[in-house]
Ligand binder design. Structure first.
Ligand SMILES: [Zn+2]
Length: 222
């Protein structure tokens, strides 16, 4: 795999698991998270410990990764990703963007920004014992809006460390497969933590979608 730059949005439970796995394979990471480490995070966000309390998660995560992977270029920003600041984060032309955040508004902003710039997107979410991972790309699949739509339940219900780590690890695996050209765009995997069963769906572009509808034909990609 040639040197790759991955933009990671969210350094919570999913990010704690995914970040070291991405760092082991990528040349460059940018970590964005506006939250600070809180005591209640420590039981399931395994990248952090008591010494990190009240520090920005993105900063602590970058520090850990730098120490573990000295050849990795890591940057961090303690900001909330939005449509307004998306351009600044995408200006360095990441090869892939990972949405590992915990709310629908940010997920939509990340997906819209990735589709507008034809950047590969891996989105992962959690709700209690249910995990979801999808690889989405303009021209080859629907966007987040089309894949999950309004009423996506991810972010609801507290997930255990095991669920967050499993889903975050799967998201990292999908991202690395996508960067290597081995992953199918539009594949959505749902994981049930009660039974360990997985279900696979296809995210297709809705022709009426303002984000991906008019680009759903192959050939529109750069
Ligand atoms: Zn769409």
């Amino acid at each position: 795999m040639p040197p790759q730059h991955i933009l990671v949005i969210g350094a919570g439970g999913l990010g704690s698991a995914a970040l070291p796995l991405l760092a082991a394979a990528a040349a460059r990471l940018t970590v964005i998270d506006h939250d600070k480490v809180e005591l209640s995070n420590l039981s399931r966000q395994l990248l952090y410990n008591e010494d990190d309390l009240a520090r920005p998660k993105a900063e602590v995560a970058a520090e850990r990764l730098r120490r573990q992977f000295p050849n990795l270029a890591v940057r961090w920003r303690a900001e909330k990703f939005s449509a307004e600041n998306a351009a600044a984060f995408f200006s360095e032309r990441p090869d892939l963007v990972m949405d590992l955040c915990d709310n629908e508004t940010t997920r939509i902003a990340v997906s819209d920004a990735a589709f507008a710039r034809d950047t590969a997107l891996v989105t992962a979410g959690l709700a209690g014992m249910h995990g979801q991972i999808a690889y989405l790309r303009r021209g080859d699949s629907g966007c987040y809006r089309c894949a999950f739509g309004a009423g996506d339940k991810s972010g609801e219900g507290t997930a255990s460390a095991a669920m967050a780590t499993m889903t975050g690890s799967m998201a990292a695996l999908v991202a690395l497969r996508a960067l290597a050209g081995n992953e199918t765009a539009g594949r959505v995997v749902l994981v049930d933590g009660e039974t360990l069963a997985t279900e696979e769906l296809r995210a297709r572009a809705d022709p009426k979608c303002a984000v991906c509808g008019h680009t759903s034909q192959k050939g529109n990609r750069k």
